[in-house]
Design a protein around this ligand. Structure first.
Ligand SMILES: [Zn+2]
Ligand SMILES: [Zn+2]
Length: 332
């Protein structure tokens, strides 16, 4: 099958992705073989390609926002049946018996594995996934708009939960890419006043069209103090900026898996009066199912920029240069 692999992690200008011909993978016990319809491009793919996240195995196929059809079932796999439409997301497996797995925090399982990092992902014609970690998707609807829900949507939703936004509260969103634009719409649908801070003029226009109360520059102060904020931009320098924009008791959740260094914080200006700074680490399957249910209910507009499969390297380069509106999606 045709695939892309991370051949030499490094700056995107050095072409870390390489085309490869790989055998169609054989699904193991409890696994599904999925024929890929579409795979969205996540910033994490860029971090993996550029080496911000150390490779866990050589020449891994990236991609963890996969929509496809079940092509075959491995031994002992109960379902879903061949032909069913499924989503393959970032969290690929957990141990199932540690205190995190048993305590509702499987996203923190020390033995967890990840699609496109520990195992080959969706920048390929086929991918395997443990059936217990696949999401059943509706038959109708375009794969292009479902794909970004599987990481951008799910992780953004987990970040929203971690930001502890009170009902009807004021939410600040820093950075407005694929994940942020979906999260903003869920928050607006739930009654929040959303303020977006981003350097991209185009993204500010999109934010206002999607129901944001205001949209300013990346470093701007929002027009009112915030009850909660989510930092989507992987820019540590924005942490004190976002903390300073919080009202008393507010929470800042950092959504990314990678962040540049956070500058020195000033206790009184940034943390005192019970402001809270939190990270977001992957998601549980319960988060995934809850978000997909909310997406089916509120039907957020999914802004996508489609790319042919052959142009995966271009899609990553465009993401690196902030040239993508909404989510880049590879189509087969
Ligand atoms: Zn575990
Ligand atoms: Zn992702």
């Amino acid at each position: 099958m045709d695939a892309w692999v991370v051949a030499r992690p490094g700056p995107i200008s050095t072409h870390p992705l390489e085309r490869a011909r790989l055998p169609i993978p054989v699904p193991g016990t409890g696994e599904l073989l999925v024929r890929v319809e579409a795979c969205a491009v996540c910033r994490t793919d860029l971090h993996l390609a550029e080496g911000d996240l150390a490779p866990r195995r050589p020449r891994t196929v990236p991609g963890h926002e996969v929509v496809g059809r079940v092509a075959a079932l491995g031994p002992g796999t109960a379902g879903p049946p061949a032909g069913a439409r499924v989503g393959v997301a970032w969290l690929r497996s957990t141990c199932g018996h540690c205190r995190y797995c048993l305590g509702g925090a499987e996203n923190l399982c020390p033995a967890s594995t990840y699609t496109g990092w520990d195992a080959d992902g969706g920048y390929a014609e086929h991918v395997t996934v443990p059936a217990d970690f696949a999401y059943l998707l509706p038959d109708e609807g375009s794969a292009e708009t479902f794909a970004p829900l599987l990481c951008a949507g799910i992780i953004g939703y987990r970040a929203l939960l971690r930001a502890d936004l009170p009902p009807g509260g004021r939410l600040g969103i820093y950075g407005f890419g694929a994940s942020a634009h979906l999260t903003a719409q869920i928050a607006v649908a739930q009654g929040a006043a959303v303020h977006v801070m981003t350097r991209s003029e185009q993204a500010r226009e999109l934010a206002m069209a999607l129901g944001a109360r205001s949209a300013g520059g990346a470093w701007d102060t929002p027009p009112e103090p915030l009850d909660a904020a989510i930092l989507f931009a992987p820019v540590g320098e924005l942490v004190p900026v976002a903390l300073a924009a919080l009202d008393r008791g507010g929470t800042l959740a950092v959504a990314g898996i990678h962040l540049t260094d956070i500058p020195v914080l000033n206790y009184e200006r940034h943390l005192f009066q019970e402001r809270t700074l939190r990270s977001v680490t992957a998601n549980t399957r319960a988060d995934g199912r809850a978000f997909l249910d909310l997406a089916a209910l509120h039907r957020p507009r999914v802004a996508t920029t489609p790319y042919p499969f052959d142009a995966a390297d271009q899609a990553l380069a465009d993401l690196a240069a902030d040239r993508v509106e909404g989510a880049a999606v590879l189509l087969f």
